[in-house]
Write a protein that binds this ligand. Structure first.
Ligand code: NAP
Length: 329
C-alpha cells in the first residue's frame, strides 16, 4: 500500500531528497530518471510545452529521442521553446501545434490537425494548466480553471484515444497518458469533491478551491479512463502526478501569495529540472510497464486523497464532463 503524501516518512524524504522504492526521489531530475531510456520510436504530445515543467519535459523526451509535439495556445512562446530545445540538442525532433484548452472548438481543431499529420501517438502528457485565476468563464461558458485544466484535457484525450489505441496495437508498444495534477487536490477541497451543482457559480467562487477541484478532476479522469481501458484490454496506461512545488509562470495570478508561502516552505521547493522528473519518469521509465490508475509524487507512487480514490465520484465526473462537452458540439 503506498503511503500518503503527508506521511512522516515522505515528509522526511521530501526534505532530504532521500530516494524512495523506485530509486528516485525529490532530488532527482528529469534527465536522471530517464537516463538510458531509448524513446526514439515514440511520438509524444505535451500540452503547455512552451514553458515551465512542460518545456523541460519536452526537452528531456526529445533528448531521449522522442518526436515531441508541443501543443500551445501561444505559438510564439512555443516556437521560442522549440528553438531553445534545438539549440541545446540539434537532433531534437520538435513540432509546434496550436491548442487552446479553454476552447472546445480549438481542442477539436488541434485533434483534427494532429490526426491529419498521420503520425503515431504513444505518449500524451496532459500538462498545461492555470492556477488561482480570478473568476472567469471560458468561451464555452465553463469556469476557466475547470475548463482549461480538466474539460479541455478530457476532450483532447478522448479525441486522440483512437490514434493511441491503433498505435499501441500496430507497434506492440504500450501507450501512456500522464495527467498533471497537484497536491492541491487534497489541500484546497470543496465538500463532495466536485461542485457539480455549482461548477460555474460566481457568487461562491474561491480561486484556490476551484484550482484544487480541477486538479482532483485530473486524478479522477485518469483513474476512470484507466479503468475503462483495462476493461477493454487496451495497451495504454493512465496515471497522474504531483510534480512538486516549482516557481513557474503558473503563479502569475498569485505571485505574492506563493512568494509568501515559499518563505515558510522553501526546503521543499524544486527547480524546473527536478519539477519535470515525475512526469518524465511516469512517461518513460520501463519499471512502470503495465502500471495504470496510480498517483505519483517524487517519482514514487503515493496515495492520493479519499475523494481522488472514489470510484463513484470518478464515474459521475466522467458523465458530467461528457455532457458539458456534448452540449458544446
Ligand atoms: N509549478 C508548480 O508548483 C506546480 C505544482 C503542482 C502542479 N503543477 C501543474 O503542473 C502543470 C504545469 O505547470 P507549470 O508550473 O509548468 O506552469 P506554466 O509554466 O505556467 O505552464 C503551464 C502551461 O500551460 C499553458 N496553458 C495555460 N492555459 C492554456 C490553455 N488554455 N491552452 C493551452 N495551454 C495553456 C501555459 O501557456 P501560457 O504561457 O500561454 O499561459 C503554459 O505553457 C500544470 O498543470 C500545473 O497545475 C504545477
Amino acid at each position: 500500500m503506498p503511503l500518503t503524501t503527508f506521511h512522516p516518512i515522505w515528509i522526511f524524504r521530501e526534505l532530504t531528497g532521500w530516494r524512495g522504492p523506485s530509486g528516485f526521489g525529490s532530488g532527482s531530475t528529469a534527465e536522471q530518471v530517464t537516463a538510458g531510456v531509448d524513446a526514439s520510436n515514440l511520438t509524444a504530445i505535451v500540452t503547455g510545452g512552451a514553458s515551465g515543467i512542460g518545456e523541460e519535459t519536452s526537452r528531456v523526451l526529445a533528448l531521449r529521442g522522442a518526436h515531441v509535439i508541443i501543443a500551445a495556445r501561444n505559438i510564439d512562446a512555443a516556437n521560442s521553446a522549440r528553438s531553445r530545445i534545438i539549440d541545446s540538442n540539434p537532433a531534437a525532433r520538435i513540432d509546434v501545434l496550436k491548442l487552446d484548452l479553454a476552447s472546445i472548438k480549438s481542442v477539436r481543431s488541434f485533434a483534427m490537425n494532429f490526426l491529419s499529420m498521420d503520425l503515431p501517438l504513444n505518449l500524451l502528457i496532459n500538462n498545461a494548466g492555470v492556477m488561482f485565476c480570478p473568476y472567469q468563464l471560458s468561451e464555452d461558458g465553463i469556469e476557466m480553471q475547470f475548463a482549461t485544466n480538466h474539460i479541455g484535457h478530457f476532450l483532447l484525450t478522448d479525441l486522440l484515444l483512437g490514434k493511441m489505441k491503433s498505435t499501441a496495437r500496430e507497434t506492440g508498444i504500450e501507450g501512456r497518458i500522464v495527467n498533471l495534477s497537484s497536491i492541491a487536490h487534497s489541500t484546497y477541497i470543496v465538500p463532495g469533491g466536485i461542485r457539480f451543482h455549482a461548477i460555474n457559480d460566481e457568487s461562491s467562487y474561491y480561486d484556490k478551491t476551484a484550482y484544487g477541484q480541477s486538479k482532483l478532476a485530473n486524478i479522477l479522469h485518469a483513474n476512470e479512463l484507466s479503468r475503462r481501458l483495462k476493461e477493454e484490454g487496451a495497451n495504454i496506461t493512465v496515471n497522474s502526478v504531483h510534480p512538486g512545488l516549482i516557481m513557474t509562470n503558473l503563479v502569475r495570478h498569485s505571485a505574492f501569495y506563493m512568494g509568501f508561502l515559499r518563505v515558510f516552505t522553501f526546503p521543499i521547493w524544486k527547480d524546473v529540472p527536478r519539477g519535470a522528473a515525475t512526469t518524465s519518469y511516469v512517461a518513460l521509465h520501463p519499471a512502470l510497464n503495465g502500471v495504470s490508475g496510480k498517483y505519483f509524487q517524487d517519482c514514487n507512487e503515493r496515495e492520493p486523497s479519499d475523494d481522488a480514490r472514489d470510484k463513484e465520484l470518478a464515474r459521475k465526473l466522467w458523465e458530467f464532463s461528457e455532457r458539458l462537452v456534448l452540449a458544446e458540439q
